[in-house]
Design a protein around this ligand. Structure first.
Ligand code: FCB
Length: 459
């Protein structure tokens, strides 16, 4: 099995996020989040779905840990819902919310599973959105307060912290395209939001290090390599713009290179570049030393300059055979892109340590949930991406872990429950979890890796 080709020092995990699995949207003093609000805006989420109940992980967390243990997971990436901890975003701490995550962390550690915690996976307290959300600098200040509260409480036990998940998605899909919460269409606000997300990451890293001695802290970026649809100069230019917009706008400042000049010029020519957002010291804060970079990889993006911007996202033309597409517009299956990405991040940006914290494929939810779920496409997808991850390690890339997205089927943002990314199926009517064939394949792969390296612990 491919897993046993990986080194002994490696984290095998699966990932989820709070709003996508927890449900219990108003339980035990939790405040409203922007996704609680957004889901009720007409036409924003497919079929009017919401995360109000979802997998109800909030009430099934013990069984879910037992499930993870049965699958030999060595690590579990989950996120903390900010509005459970600080219902108004800042100020009053809801200790019941903290207790939930404290029990979850203890339960994971008891099961021999390493917690990897994301502090922000898109569920901003609505109270902060009412003041402008990430477009305002005060939200970055509130994030520092939230980070302090959480890491003081869990920092003795959690040793892997991620500040933000995919700030490009949070800023641009939330504030410019309007397809994610808070649903705005304002370039200027989106660029400001991106800056404040990055700034709050920079402020949070030293807080994490102070409260959680010996812990690793990093951020998680989405990455979809661009490729030109034709050899025309214009299509190459579109690829460069895509890379600047989705990748370099975040990578460059994080690695001390300031915002990329070509994109600043483009935003200025569009008349949307904010003039007052960068305060003295901000760029130094953003470039704070992180211990690792987390990356989420799903697919590539093929760019054709002739398609207008408004119709152009994700600007993917499917060249792969149809059975090589992921469901729901998630692009074609392109495993070598993972290898190329890891090499670029390490060699171009000197990233000291990398984790793939999301990789996986959606099916369209056609599978029955009662019996065996034969998701051979997911096994093949993961296997082919793991081959590329392993090649990268052989090339000297410091890749230290892999997390499949997702542990279980869940609320897939604007696509609601129409897409299934899980290795475990969920019968939403009963809450029942049904491991798919991919879950058993992953379990057996990890067992083979444990055997090959005589790793002590689980299995
Ligand atoms: C990523 C998100 C994650 C999930 C997957 C499919 O962009 O981080 O929450 O929705 O896509």
């Amino acid at each position: 099995m491919i897993h046993s080709d990986f080194p002994k020092e490696f984290w095998w995990g699966a990932a989820t996020s709070a709003y996508q699995i927890e449900g219990a949207w108003d339980a035990d003093g939790k405040g409203e989040s922007i996704w609680d609000r957004f889901c009720h805006l007409p036409g924003k989420v497919l079929n009017g779905d919401t995360g109000q109940i979802s997998c109800d992980h909030y009430h099934h967390w013990q069984a879910d840990i037992a499930l993870m243990k049965s699958l030999n997971l060595q690590a579990y990436r989950f996120s903390i819902a900010w509005p459970r901890i600080l219902p108004a975003g800042r100020g009053n701490v809801n200790s019941t919310g903290l207790d939930f995550y404290s029990r979850l962390v203890d339960g994971l550690l008891d099961a021999g599973i390493q917690p990897f915690v994301t502090l922000y996976h898109w569920d901003l307290p609505q109270a902060l959105q009412d003041e402008g959300g990430w477009a305002e600098r005060s939200t970055a200040e509130a994030f520092a307060e939230y980070t302090d509260v959480v890491t003081r409480h869990l920092g003795d036990r959690v040793k892997y912290w991620m500040t933000h998940n995919e700030p490009w998605v949070a800023a641009f899909m939330g504030y410019q395209m309007g397809v994610h919460a808070p649903g705005l269409q304002d370039w200027n606000a989106a660029i400001r939001a991106a800056h404040h997300l990055l700034l709050s990451h920079g402020w949070a890293v030293p807080i994490i290090h102070a409260n959680s001695p010996g812990a690793e802290a990093g951020i998680v970026l989405n990455y979809s390599p661009g490729e030109p649809a034709s050899p025309s100069g214009a299509d190459y230019q579109a690829v460069r713009r895509h890379d600047g917009y989705q990748h370099r706008w975040f990578l460059d400042p994080l690695f001390g290179r300031h915002y990329p000049a070509d994109m600043v010029a483009e935003f200025q020519s569009m008349g949307v570049m904010p003039t007052d957002m960068i305060h003295s010291g901000d760029m130094e804060s953003i470039a704070a030393h992180s211990d690792f970079l987390g990356v989420n990889y799903y697919t590539r993006t093929i760019l054709r300059a002739s398609i207008p911007e408004s119709e152009n996202l994700p600007r993917t033309n499917f060249y792969a055979p149809k059975d090589e597409w992921a469901a729901g517009g998630w692009g074609d299956i392109y495993p070598v892109g993972l290898y190329n990405m890891l090499c670029r991040l390490h060699f171009d940006y000197q990233v000291p340590k990398l984790y793939v914290v999301e990789n996986g494929v959606s099916t369209d939810g056609g599978e029955p949930v009662e019996k065996q779920i034969r998701d051979t496409c997911r096994i093949s997808y993961l296997e082919r991406h793991l081959e590329q991850a392993q090649r990268a390690i052989q090339a000297g890339i410091p890749l230290a872990g892999f997390f499949a997205w997702s542990l279980m089927d869940n609320f897939e943002w604007a696509m609601g429950y129409s897409l299934h990314f899980g290795m475990v199926g969920v019968d939403y009517a009963t809450g029942k979890r049904i491991p798919k064939d991919s879950a058993f394949w992953y379990r057996d792969g990890i067992a083979a890796w444990i055997h090959a390296h005589a790793v002590s612990g689980i299995a």
